[in-house]
Design a protein around this ligand. Structure first.
Ligand code: GLC
Ligand code: CA
Length: 553
């Protein structure tokens, strides 16, 4: 069954990690004026929406995901006038703006938390999650994402507060209605300012476990997520906020299986428009074609006729896709284009993380001191504390460090890669002299040029958005071949995720007729004939080759 048309389903989202995008005032940190300066570039990609990572006032322990004032703009990012200008100029270019909101927790410097921790009798005590200790220790053995315990003792009141992330990120208590209403008010404030979309951080964690008891294996932190009450909160949020705006919502839903995920985006349930699940990013450290195809099949089935998905392979938390899932040396350009073809032709909304469109790669710094990622640093300290070899721990943490994606955007081969006039807050990837926007603009076959073609195709071909999806490559470990079909238009996408050539054999006529005539829509190799017609039904694909064909009768 074909999905009901909606503008947000036709979106192509470009994620801007503003602090690493463009610095305009020479403090080494990207800023909102820097985003404004580059809006024409972003527009030139053809994307329809920008997702801006959190920019509210914050002590920045977790790069803005620890908010201390929901109503102001962090000084590093700029002023409220800059934000207003960003909204206006984004709209003037026909694009939309999505804000990233963090409502599972605040900073420990937020006035709410300061008040809540001031006394057991504080009127805001119940706005956070407080518990008594047990036997002189924390209430339970639960971990946090970034620490061995999710509990921190508050010496002043003698109770522990819960933090699913860093110690400086206390969790809000979503069971408290007064607190929830305050959050909804804040969301309306930004939507009234003209924000068109919300990326909602860490949503799966809002509802807390019903009883405070130890778990068998604290390392498997699923217990922090998908607890009873979660969907009531989201329906309430929808009722109080979302349904009053013409907007798009995407939830960050950790540990969402297809069955659980469908509950968030089912159009009859009035919760969210779409979601990010992490079955790929969290559970597939390296490329695994068979597993990836299975994940896609299962999600397509679960969402069929119910809701709309999202597609991404990297973001500010996950290592750059060409390094993690492609080949960032010999086949950097081919594999970057192949992964892009896949993300833009599978069902769901495609997201591009800044720099992905020029095939930026992950980074390896020399020492732990050069890394900034709190998740990595805390893990390093924890493992060393257990007596492990520092060099070995360091090496094991490098491939998935979040800093892989947080290096400054590479604009040109000049000083600081054109990021700004001062040394950036985080070290550049040394390959900026080779891989940068200016270079890509001068090459008609660049990864950048390919992204533009791919995005333009989506605009003109609803089959990419609304088409049915059928995987015809079974469990082939290298090849991914699928059909998208909409009202008589049939596209076949062929991807060879291998370093050698591989042959695909069509098992049966795709369009009902005996001879298969295919017209090339887009390919990532220069020398590809524009038509294909072969009685053997065999097609050879070169290393990391991607082709999109239209079936012509
Ligand atoms: C999300 C963000 C991540 C942040 C965490 C805590 O996963 O994407 O960057 O550290 O939530 O807010
Ligand atoms: Ca700056």
């Amino acid at each position: 069954m074909q999905a009901k048309p909606a503008w947000w389903k036709e979106s192509v989202v470009y994620q801007v990690y503003w602090r690493s995008f463009r610095d305009t005032n020479g403090d080494g940190i990207g800023d909102l004026p820097g985003v404004i300066e580059k809006l024409d570039y972003i527009k030139s990609l053809g994307v329809t929406m920008l997702w801006i990572n959190p920019f509210n006032e914050s002590p920045d322990k977790d790069n803005g995901y620890d908010v201390s004032d929901y109503y102001t703009v962090m000084k590093k990012a700029g002023r409220m006038e800059d934000f207003d200008q960003l909204v206006a100029e984004t709209h003037a270019r026909g694009m939309k703006l999505m804000m990233d909101v963090v409502v599972n927790h605040t900073s420990d410097r937020h006035p709410w938390f300061i008040e809540s921790s001031s006394s057991i009798n504080s009127p805001k005590r119940d706005w956070y999650v407080w518990q008594d200790g047990v036997h002189g220790g924390p209430p339970t053995n639960w971990r946090s994402y970034f620490n061995p315990s999710c509990w921190e003792l508050d010496e002043n009141t003698g109770q522990y507060y819960m933090h699913s992330f860093a110690i400086e990120q206390p969790d809000l208590n979503w069971a408290n209605k007064e607190m929830r209403m305050e959050i909804y008010k804040m969301l309306r404030y930004w939507l009234d300012k003209g924000v068109d979309g919300l990326r909602l951080d860490a949503l799966a964690l809002l509802a807390k476990p019903q009883s405070y008891t130890d778990v068998e294996d604290p390392r498997d932190i699923r217990y922090l997520t998908h607890n009873p009450g979660l969907h009531d909160y989201l329906q309430e949020m929808n009722h109080e906020v979302f349904r009053h705006y013409d907007m798009m919502t995407v939830g960050e839903i950790a540990f969402a299986t297809p069955e659980l995920g469908a509950l968030f985006v089912d159009e009859d349930r009035s919760e969210l428009n779409t979601l990010f699940h992490f079955e790929v990013a969290d559970e597939m450290p390296e490329w695994d074609m068979v597993r990836y195809k299975q994940i896609q099949r299962q999600w397509a089935e679960a969402l069929e006729g119910r809701g709309f998905g999202s597609q991404f392979l990297n973001n500010h938390d996950h290592t750059r896709q060409v390094t993690r899932y492609g080949n960032d040396t010999e086949y950097r350009e081919e594999s970057a284009k192949l992964l892009a073809t896949m993300i833009h032709t599978l069902p769901g909304i495609p997201y591009i993380y800044q720099g992905e469109e020029i095939g930026m790669t992950g980074v390896r710094y020399e020492t732990i001191g050069e890394y900034k990622d709190i998740a990595m640093i805390n893990k390093y300290v924890e493992e060393i504390g257990k007596g492990k070899d520092p060099a070995a721990v360091f090496q094991s943490l490098q491939p998935l460090s979040r800093d892989n994606s947080r290096t400054p955007m590479q604009w040109n081969a000049g000083r600081y890669a054109g990021f700004g006039s001062a040394e950036p807050w985080i070290k550049l990837n040394p390959n900026y002299e080779r891989i940068n926007v200016e270079q890509a603009e001068s090459d008609p076959n660049s990864v950048l040029a390919f992204y533009r073609e791919l995005i333009a195709l989506r605009k003109n071909n609803p089959v990419m958005v609304y088409g049915d999806f059928t995987d015809i490559s079974g469990d082939d470990p290298h090849l991914y071949v699928y059909v998208r079909e909409l009202e008589g238009t049939e596209w076949i996408v062929l991807l060879n995720h291998g370093e050698e050539a591989h042959i695909f054999t069509f098992s049966e006529p795709i369009c009902g007729s005996e001879t298969m005539n295919l017209k090339l829509v887009l390919g990532n190799y220069e020398s590809t004939s524009s038509t294909w017609n072969d009685e053997d039904r065999k097609m050879e694909l070169r290393p990391y080759e991607a082709r999109i064909y239209e079936v012509v009768s």
